[in-house]
Design a binder for this molecule. Structure first.
Ligand code: PLP
Length: 369
């Protein structure tokens, strides 16, 4: 069994993907070919925002957003302590200070109460500028409450939807909740390509224009007059062509399929381990199906011996990362994040998993407890 079976997806989509790749190869338009702009329009329509700007990966997408907002030294950016490293890395990379915020143990997402406390106790030499909200494991963050908070305090909201693409809250889709939102097309994400890829989403015309400039060396209206310092961060045409095929499958049936897999897991596992919570009006895109249990490491070892792959996302919160030792030293600890890091386990999850496989994972997990 594979943790995320990308081969099965390729088998299902092979004729369309092969044809799309060959068309790009024959066209020779490897950089910024027509598929890139087509995909951007399709992604913007899917998410329900005015602008989509694709880029080289999900980490660059976050960096580009911070660049467009001019965030840098002296600025504080709030970020959940329990996330993938990129969410916090990009803040330090642009010279700003990440302020680690604890998460809720049921949704795994940022705690607005803890955010309020850390905002109130921010050292006076730092200027609060933005909040990075992560849609962890596919579940959108608590945007109704977050938006009230950021509006009240004049903070920018950056949605890190790297794992959240396809999720929703009410009638709104993930990657539409931030002032700027981002996603990643890393192969194992809910919508993945065959290499690295990413995208930004915004309704703001001015930021969209800035992002298009920053993505290509800070270009101005003349190709050889660069008006700002940017990045080389484009999405390859080949990846765009693959994503066009995969977006259709994602929308047609994959998102429904992962939700069926998740429901089945929960039916098998409820009461045995802490199963993931999806609050009323939310829909997850199930980047991961993550449970909480005692003696996690021993259980994982027993699963492995039974041929069941599993992963620990994430074993170390941001504040415990070696690279952030200095930054974390003056910040209050995040107890929920530390607890989760010691007790979470992510189970095999993808749209092509069949009910027998889900039952087998659940059976072996229950036996291993
Ligand atoms: C994967 C991921 C990223 C980074 O995406 P890349 O495309 O790998 O650069 C950022 N944030 C989160 C939460 C992620 O899971």
């Amino acid at each position: 069994m594979q943790f995320r079976d990308l081969n099965r997806q390729y088998e299902a989509l092979k004729p369309a993907i092969d044809a799309a790749m060959l068309r790009v190869a024959a066209s020779g338009a490897f950089i910024m070919g027509p598929q890139v702009a087509e995909l951007e329009q399709q992604l913007a329509d899917y998410v329900g925002v005015k602008h989509c700007i694709t880029c080289a990966n999900g980490t660059d997408a976050l960096s580009l957003a911070l660049m467009a907002w001019g965030i840098g030294p002296g600025d504080a950016v709030f970020v959940p302590d329990f996330t993938f490293f990129s969410s916090a890395e990009v803040i330090a990379h642009c010279g700003a200070t990440p302020v680690f915020v604890d998460v809720e143990t049921d949704t795994y997402n940022i705690s607005v109460d803890d955010l309020a406390q850390r905002f109130a106790s921010l050292p006076p030499h730092l200027t609060p500028r933005a909040v990075v909200a992560v849609d962890l494991f596919g579940l959108p963050a608590n945007y109704a409450t977050l938006r009230q908070f950021t509006q009240l305090h004049g903070l920018l909201l950056l949605e890190d939807g790297a794992q959240g693409f396809g999720g929703s809250l009410g009638s709104r889709r993930a990657c539409s909740f931030g002032d700027i939102s981002t996603t990643s097309f890393f192969p194992a994400k809910p919508l993945g390509c065959y290499g690295d890829g990413g995208a930004l989403f915004t309704d703001n015309d001015e930021w969209a224009a800035l992002l298009r400039s920053y993505r290509v060396h800070g270009k101005g209206s003349d190709k050889y007059d660069n008006v700002r310092i940017g990045l080389n961060s484009r999405l390859d045409t080949l990846q765009a062509a693959i994503l066009q095929v995969k977006l259709k499958a994602f929308d047609d049936y994959e998102l429904d399929a992962v939700n069926r897999v998740a429901d089945l897991y929960t039916r098998h596992l409820e009461g045995r381990v802490v199963t993931p919570t999806v609050p009323e009006a939310y829909r997850s895109s199930w980047a991961q199906y993550t449970v909480q249990l005692d003696s996690r490491d021993a259980v994982q070892a027993r699963l492995k011996a039974d041929g069941i792959p599993s992963m620990v996302y994430y074993p170390k919160p941001m504040s415990a990362q070696t690279a952030f030792a200095q930054t974390a030293s003056w910040q209050a600890p995040c107890h929920n994040a530390a607890h989760l890091a010691a007790s979470v386990l992510s189970l095999p999850m993808h749209p092509y998993m069949n009910p027998d496989e889900v039952a087998l994972v659940a059976e072996k997990l229950i036996a291993a407890l």
